[in-house]
Design a protein around this ligand. Sequence first.
Ligand code: AP5
Ligand code: MG
Ligand code: ZN
Length: 214
Amino acid sequence: MKIIMLGAPGAGKGTQADMITKKYNVPHISTGDIFRANIKNGTELGKKAKGYMDQGLLVPDSLVVDLVIDRIHQDDCKEGYVLDGFPRTIPQAEALDAALAAENEEIDAAIDVEVPDDNIVNRMSGRRACLKCGATYHIVYNAPKTEGVCDNCGSELVQREDDKPETVLNRLSVYHKETQPLIDYYNQKGKVAEIDGTQDLNAVFADIEKVLNK
Ligand code: AP5
Ligand code: MG
Ligand code: ZN
């Protein structure tokens, strides 16, 4: 099962990818989580990525592509994976396809979680993130058991640097320009499943399950 999550910032890609991981037992690979962990740990990659991320811009393809291609060749990816936040540009998608084609493989589905921009700014202000394990919460729609503490790993929850309203608007405009064209790209390959991401998160997951169980 090789799946790509498409959708705007805040559409719920990470939330749904986590649910897919729990049910289908394939790793959740989020490039955003990988960069945030690198920033937290002060690595060279983190230092390079931080300036772009804080402004809501994409990190250059050259810093992302090899990292993901290496990751999907690790042992835990033998039965598949959920890619969340990658690919995000046409060149990234072409690089992924080329790497898979070299092994006679292809992705199974690109799940496009659709949420209008208006809903998104609202959602982001209530988001809380665990920088240690990548879990995502919302103070109203998906609250942790104890306020401010990650259910999975017990770490402190924080607001992401790029969740300020003006940065969210920037991220949305970058999404429409750079990433939305991927919907056409994967549609031409017959891979896109469009899901209504405005529903409650369990209803969104039920729709995704229907696609994955086909
Ligand atoms: P990344 O971390 O991927 O951020 P993003 O795409 O902007 O998406 P988000 O993580 O913000 O949203 P999400 O769709 O995962 O939503 P979530 O589930 O959290 O990337 C961050 C940055 O890293 C980029 O801006 C870029 O700089 C860089 N980067 C990463 N990958 C890159 C790449 N490939 N190339 C270049 N640069 C890259 O949900 C959002 C909130 O809503 C949460 O609070 C959640 O609890 C809540 N929620 C979820 N579902 C529902 C629902 N159904 N109803 C109500 N609330 C819900
Ligand atoms: Mg995410
Ligand atoms: Zn955690």
